[in-house]
Design a protein around this ligand. Sequence first.
Ligand SMILES: Cc1ncc(CN)c(N)n1
Length: 218
Amino acid sequence: MRPTDHLKSLCQSDWTAATSHAFTNDLVAGTLAQDKMLAYLRQDYLFIDGFVRLLASAIAQAPSLGDAIPAAQFLGLISGRENTYFLRAIPALGGTPEPPAPAHPVTQEFQALMAKAARSGRYEQMLAVLVVAEWSYLSWASPHADKAGDLPFWFGEWITLHSGAGFEGVVTYLRDQLDRAWDGLGPEDRRAVEETFITATRLERAFFDAASIGYKTA
Ligand SMILES: Cc1ncc(CN)c(N)n1
């Protein structure tokens, strides 16, 4: 079994919940309430801040230029097309990107996980979070790529950004990098990767759980 398949198998129930969530089911059907999409995007824009820094750290840590370039190209897409999506979608839904929303506890936990991985200096730790983030989004979005054109842009473009041949290539690349890094790790470092992968998957699920109820706290 590929290491990344092994990692997914360790948290299969959270993985399935995160990739077939009521939040994204409603999004792809175009029935998601606009205030919920707005609140989600404002939290996700905070996530993207940490994600950009994590991806930059992985680029710095990649074993060769050839290993770094696909991540650098992906960073260009996040800082370009994806960033401008947020800057257009948030106002279209009635919000403002600035000042940033106060971070919900789940967002804070995700930010802390990304910052810890970025600071660790460990390529495999960075990849564990990046693989979960992009592979889980590819999994929920790609079966619905054909619906994107019929939806308002704030739903449709979010699907398009996470599906299609280009994005599949990003996920293939990230998984290959983690599979290769895993092969060179001892038991302790492998256990640490498992822990990070499981935590990131739990947080992907929790992020959609919180978005589904409009970030209300008990
Ligand atoms: C929380 C989260 N996870 C993953 C992605 C995919 N880029 C995202 N935008 N937000």
